[in-house]
Design a protein around this ligand. Structure first.
Ligand code: F3S
Length: 395
């Protein structure tokens, strides 16, 4: 792979030991995937933050990097951690877990990484633009950046996104090349998609069929950005979809009108009902958890209107970023949710927090992505529905 003089210098140690190690990793990664060169990464989003996912080995690795002076050179921010920094005790998280989680966050902070701890950084101050190259690693954020914005990022692992953050480059292969962004599977949608849960169910089904492919949706009418967020997140979890196009909606779709795709599937009302039946494994939720991916301020506003004057019979978590929660506090939405008995949980989510240790069996969710992970990673049963339906069940 061709390296510039600057990249060669980093590789020979001019920017220190950590940058040298990371440049070696990027160079090897690029070689494996046939990259001809590196491209400057404009930002990095780093997953592998929760102590639940990376354990003691990850904690030691990060503390070692931080002690050796690792420092990022591009805007870099963190995926959710395993705790809400300000409320982990109230949520029932153990002290041992919290102590190790805080050390992980401190190590990242020492490297200059913004501890935003959200999987929706684009919704809290990290603006994206079409065509820019990124090194992002959380799968739903990757899908959103590629598909809804038209930015270009592969689905990086935690180490390679950190490497890009420290070196400022990422190998140019995969979705950094326009020729690799063509759709491979046509999805004809005739089902009426009424809410975010319907989009999540569509994503759940299409991800399984498309695997690593690039779906092209036909038949989806104009919709809210939060529904596209839900669609992409589900496909990235049930399959490994990192990019999709929606006819007349997403920015690159018009390039591919008339493109011949090797495969096609249809998704009508029958398929929609079938997916929902497959996902549902419980009857009544013991708790409702919204916010996978992290809720936007618009979603929190809607939840607050649904809860005005109500008293919840069961707990409600609305997972979001700390920045969005502050906006919700300013607007009074957080108080309305709290007065009803719910809470906005930030810095974490229902998948990366150790909810397997918390005393409830069945979780009400509106997310196709959470539907993939809650049974396998957290051992919970699921009641699947829209936010409105779930709130109706517990109020
Ligand atoms: Fe985000 Fe957690 Fe879902 S990181 S996409 S809320 S699994």
């Amino acid at each position: 792979m061709y390296l510039t003089r600057q990249q060669e210098a980093i590789l020979s140690g001019s920017s220190g030991e950590v940058a040298q190690r990371f440049m070696r990793l990027l160079e090897r990664l690029g070689t494996i995937y046939g990259a001809e060169e590196m491209v400057p990464a404009e930002s990095s989003q780093i997953a592998g933050v929760s102590y639940k996912s990376i354990g003691d080995a990850g904690l030691e690795f990060l503390e070692d990097l931080a002690s050796k002076g690792a420092n990022v050179v591009i805007p870099s921010f963190l995926n959710p951690a395993g705790i809400d920094i300000g409320a982990w005790k109230d949520l029932g998280i153990s002290e041992t877990f919290a102590e190790k989680q805080i050390r992980i966050i401190e190590a990242f902070k020492k490297m200059g990484i913004e501890c935003s701890m959200t999987c929706a950084p684009y919704a809290s101050g990290n603006l994206l633009h079409f065509g820019q190259h990124l090194a992002w690693s959380e799968s739903s954020a990757v899908s959103f950046a590629n598909s809804v914005i038209g930015a270009m990022t592969n689905r990086e692992g935690g180490p390679s996104s950190l490497a890009a953050a420290v070196c400022g480059f990422t190998p140019r292969y995969g979705l950094h090349l326009e020729e690799n962004r063509c759709p491979s599977i046509l999805v004809g949608v005739s089902a009426e998609l009424k809410n975010e849960a319907d989009f999540g169910a569509l994503g759940y089904a299409v991800g399984k069929a498309a695997k690593k492919g690039i779906p092209y949706f036909r038949g989806i009418k104009a919709t809210e950005t939060d529904c596209l967020k839900a669609l992409g997140a589900a496909m990235a979890a049930s399959g490994a979809v990192a990019l999709y196009h929606v006819e007349n909606l997403t920015p690159e779709a018009s390039r591919y009108t008339g493109e011949k795709m090797s495969d096609s599937i249809s998704f009508g009302s029958e398929e929609l009902e079938d997916v929902k039946k497959t996902i549902n494994s419980g009857k009544e939720p013991d708790i409702v958890m919204i916010g996978c991916p992290h809720s936007s301020i618009a979603e929190i506003r809607d939840i607050s209107s649904m809860l005005k004057g109500k008293e919840l019979k069961k707990p409600l978590w609305v997972c979001s970023s700390r920045a969005t929660r502050m906006a919700a506090e300013n607007m009074g939405y957080e108080k309305t949710i709290r007065d009803a008995g719910g809470r906005i949980v930030c810095d974490t989510c229902m998948v990366v927090a150790p909810i397997e240790d918390l005393p409830f069996r069945t979780v009400g969710i509106n997310s196709g992505k959470a539907a993939c992970y809650l049974p396998s990673l957290c051992g919970k049963d699921i009641v699947f529905g829209s936010t409105k339906e779930l709130i109706g069940m517990i109020s």
